[in-house]
Each structure stands twice: as structure tokens, then as C-alpha cells.
Design a protein around this ligand. Structure first.
Ligand code: AVI
Length: 324
């Protein structure tokens, strides 16, 4: 595939590459935090694909089983429209939806959006071969950047989908502004398909984020390697340990990098030197677990009416189809 068929948000991508203010802010705060988007350099995206296949990590498999069962029903409700996916990754599960839309329409448009160029390009190449009648264009950038782009490039009716419970990685305030931004990119009659991981016992959740093959450990630690190459840093990943705990009061998994020895870290291109105390933690991710009814109310507050919800037999994961 030539690079032209991958629509790159050049200006915004540039901004993303040069941006380090969020790292400076997060590492200067007490307690220290880092934005989860830094998980996803190309290697991090590959590790995430591995996580999705782990026996303990139920969300991907469970959501896929729901899609397998109900994709035709979803396509029948919305009819042919522009399919836009936020955080598409490898677009593996998406193919269940694309297969369903292929049955009802000769030609569909699919716009996968991801922050990781390598995986986006590979999946666009693969999907263009598999669905030659579909018009498929990747958008490289963060959710915010892509949504801004979509606000001013409205062509036809849309279904925006946000799967995998990536919504759970937003704080409540971020979630609220995300919904506001989504509402601005949709016109009356358009659809939002949202995948949400539901609340469940602590032991199941903690096992999913502390897998026995330690792929999640590698995924978490890779954030520091990513910062090293992106910002000319000297993080020693051997001085940190992965930790994931379920905060029951907040209904969220919290992932930390736990410092094993006091030391200084330098991020040259950010002109930043940071001291880490032994025992200190960096919060790298929250993964909120939702209640289906509460989420529907929140969407209704943003003028998005639930048309239908689907869950698996155990009630572990939910899909919400709402309409503006
Ligand atoms: C992408 N996101 C929905 C994943 C999650 O479950 O919150 C990221 C992840 N972190 C550790 N394992 C998976």
C-alpha cells in the first residue's frame, strides 16, 4: 500500500511527536502519573495484541463473542453508514462488524483511527485486500485529534464505535469531555456503539491485569522504553516493577510502575530531571469498570438515546448502541 491511502493527520501527528508537556506535568506531580497513550508505540501495540489473547484477559474475547452473535442485528438497525472506529488497533474484532455490513451493502466506508502508525498501516493493508469493495482509510492520531478532524469533515451518516472498553482508561472528567466531543462529530440520527467492561469480582479483574506470562508487566514497563526513545531518556526498566490492583471503591483497576531503588532519571529532550524514591509509584493507567444502567443514563445526558444493549451470559461485558 502506498502511504497516500493512509490518511495521515500530518499536522497533528507532528504535534503528537513533539509533545512532552503531559510527561513533564505527570512526572512533576505528586503522586507521579503518565498518560496511558504512551503505552502504544509499535512494540507496545504488539504487546497489547498479545494481552488480548491471554487466558486471564477476558474483555477482548467476551466482547468478540457478543459481536459475533449480534453484528448482523447491529448492521440491520443502523443500515449502511460511514463506520468510524476510535482506537482500532489491529481491527481484528471489527471484521465481525465489517462482515455484517458487507451483507447489507455493496460498498461501505470504514475509517480506523489509531495512535500507532505501524499497526494501523498493517491493518489497513490487510482490510483493503479482504474487503476490496469497501473504502478504507486510516487516520493516525489521538482520539481528540481525530474527533476534531471528523467534526469538519462530515460526508454521510455515521456510526462511531469505541470498543474494547477503552473508555475505561479515561477519568470521569475526560470521559465527560470525550462524550461532548463525540456528540459534536455526530448529526441527529447518527449512532454510537460503545463497548464497556462491567463491574465484577476483584479476583477476576486482578488476574486479568497480572497475567501469569507477565505480558502485562512488559506492556507497562515498555512505557518507560517508549519515553526513552521518544524523549532521549535514561529510564532503567530494571529499577521498576509492574503492579495492578483493583480499587473497589472507585471500581477501577490501577496500574503502577513501582520504583525499586532511589535514583534520578533524565529526559534530555524535555530538559527534565526527575528523582524517584524507593517505594514510589507512577500511576500509568486506570481501567474503570462500569454499570450498564449508569452508563446509559450518562449517554442520555449527552443526548444519546440507547436503542439496544447486549451482554454475554456472565454479564461481564456490555455493548451499547445509542443514537443521537
Ligand atoms: C486498552 N484498554 C481498554 C486496556 C484495558 O483493559 O484497560 C489496556 C490494558 N491495560 C492492561 N491490560 C490492558
Amino acid at each position: 500500500m502506498s502511504l497516500q491511502s493512509l490518511t495521515v493527520l500530518d499536522h497533528h501527528y507532528q504535534e503528537l511527536r513533539n509533545d512532552g508537556q503531559d510527561v513533564i506535568q505527570g512526572l512533576s506531580a505528586t503522586p507521579k502519573t503518565l498518560p496511558p497513550k504512551y503505552f502504544y508505540d509499535d512494540y507496545g501495540s504488539q504487546l497489547f495484541e498479545k494481552i488480548c489473547e491471554l487466558p486471564e484477559y477476558y474483555p477482548t474475547r467476551t466482547e468478540a463473542s457478543i459481536l459475533k452473535q449480534y453484528a448482523d442485528e447491529i448492521a440491520a438497525i443502523t443500515g449502511c453508514c460511514e463506520l468510524i472506529e476510535l482506537g482500532s488497533g489491529s481491527s481484528t474484532k471489527t471484521q465481525l462488524l465489517l462482515d455484517a455490513y458487507q451483507k447489507i451493502a455493496d460498498c461501505c466506508t470504514y475509517l480506523p483511527i489509531d495512535v500507532s502508525g505501524g499497526i494501523l498501516k498493517d491493518s489497513v493493508v490487510h482490510l483493503q485486500k479482504k474487503y476490496p469493495d469497501f473504502s478504507i482509510h486510516g487516520l493516525l492520531g489521538t482520539y481528540e485529534q481525530a474527533l476534531v478532524h471528523l467534526e469538519t469533515n462530515y460526508l454521510q451518516s455515521r456510526m462511531l464505535f469505541f470498543l474494547g472498553s477503552s473508555l475505561g482508561n479515561f477519568t470521569p472528567a475526560e470521559c465527560d469531555s470525550f462524550f461532548n466531543q463525540v456528540a459534536r462529530t455526530l448529526q441527529p440520527g447518527d449512532y454510537l456503539l460503545l463497548g464497556v467492561d462491567l463491574q465484577k469480582p476483584k479476583d477476576i479483574l486482578e488476574a486479568a491485569y497480572n497475567d501469569s506470562q507477565q505480558i502485562t508487566d512488559a506492556f507497562n514497563l515498555n512505557m518507560l522504553s517508549h519515553l526513552n526513545w521518544r524523549f532521549h531518556g535514561d529510564f532503567d526498566i530494571n529499577l521498576f516493577r509492574h503492579q495492578a490492583i483493583y480499587n473497589e471503591a472507585e471500581h477501577q483497576i490501577e496500574m503502577y510502575l513501582h520504583c525499586q531503588k532511589s535514583h534520578w532519571v533524565n529526559l534530555k529532550s524535555l530538559d527534565l530531571e526527575v528523582f524517584f524514591e524507593v517505594g514510589e509509584r507512577i500511576l500509568t493507567e486506570i481501567s474503570r469498570k462500569f454499570n450498564l444502567v449508569t452508563m446509559q443514563k450518562q449517554l442520555e445526558g449527552k443526548n444519546m438515546k440507547t436503542l439496544k444493549t447486549w451482554t454475554d451470559d456472565q454479564g461481564w461485558f456490555g455493548l451499547i448502541l445509542s443514537q443521537v
